[in-house]
Design a protein around this ligand. Structure first.
Ligand code: OAD
Length: 250
């Protein structure tokens, strides 16, 4: 058995024997669905400046430009389908007594795959929030009829219901995430570079509170040395191997 197979077999044993599991996902899990990641060779932040497009200042400076970028991302995400990694996590949820999926992704692919207990740390690209009355509308319209879109209730400008740099994640979201980490037996960290807070610290909290932490990524991350196991590979290929599936993935 080579090292990779040994790690997969160890992870399978840990996951099969735990009754509660918390998972943290990042852009890497959606990469095989064709949704671009942020960092790395093809990452969004290679071609765009986050401060021009993903901050409240950028939005109020030029709401049309920011919305055009989100409209473009919505267009790119529209045809994306969940991949075997998303489906594996949805099936694992059915098999475990307690399961929480914390995601930094805003693409909605976990929901499409069938995951239910999801905490969307950074919001959802398919929701538009009014900048005045706060009303949140679901909208899958691509391209949008009007840029920037207007609130159906008060006609003010809407914004993507996502968390931008310089914004605070709602306390309730952080509390629920921390509770899920503190109360699980095992934590899986999938496809995240682990450098954006507070998500980056979730694995550390898990270790500090005595959990077993397994990471799946194409490469080692800054926190890898702290985790129990890091399995290098594509999440769409590795995740289905980490439990006994009762379904056939294609
Ligand atoms: P990143 O783009 O920073 O990292 C993606 C990670 O996924 C990298 O570590 C890759 O090695 C890994 N990866 C890529 N393809 C993979 C695959 N097929 N299987 C497994 N791993 C793979 O994305 P995030 O960590 O999610 O925030 O970024 C965190 C936050 O930074 C995002 O939510 C976003 C961004 O700026 C905001 O916009 C607020």
């Amino acid at each position: 058995m080579n090292e990779m197979h040994e790690k997969i077999s160890a992870a399978l044993d840990i996951i099969e024997h735990c009754s509660s599991l918390t998972v943290l996902t990042g852009a890497g899990i959606s990469a095989e669905s064709g949704v671009p990641t942020f960092r790395g060779k093809e990452g969004l932040w290679r071609n765009f400046r986050s401060e021009d497009l993903a901050t409240p200042e950028a939005f109020w400076n030029n709401p049309k430009l920011v919305w055009e970028w989100y409209d473009w991302r919505r267009n790119a995400a529209r045809d994306a389908k969940p991949n075997p990694g998303h489906f594996a996590l949805a099936e694992l949820e059915d098999q475990k007594k307690k399961f929480t999926l914390i995601t930094q992704n805003i693409d909605g692919l976990h929901q499409l795959a069938g995951s239910r207990n999801i905490i969307e740390m950074h919001g959802n690209i398919w929701q538009i929030r009014c900048t005045k009355c706060g009303d949140v509308q679901q909208s899958h319209k691509v391209p949008l009829d009007e840029i920037p879109p207007r609130c159906g209730l008060c006609n003010e400008i809407g914004r993507p219901n996502v968390v931008w740099f310089g914004e605070i994640i709602p306390m309730e979201v952080i509390d629920r995430s921390l509770k899920a980490v503190e109360e699980c037996e095992v934590m899986l960290i999938v496809g995240t570079s682990g450098i954006v807070e507070p998500a980056a610290s979730m694995g550390l909290v898990a270790k500090q509170t005595g959990k077993t932490v397994i990471e799946i990524n194409l490469e080692y991350t800054p926190n890898s040395p702290l985790f129990d196991l890091t399995i290098l590979g594509k999440s769409g290929e590795i995740l289905p191997l980490l439990f006994t599936s009762r379904k056939v993935y294609s």
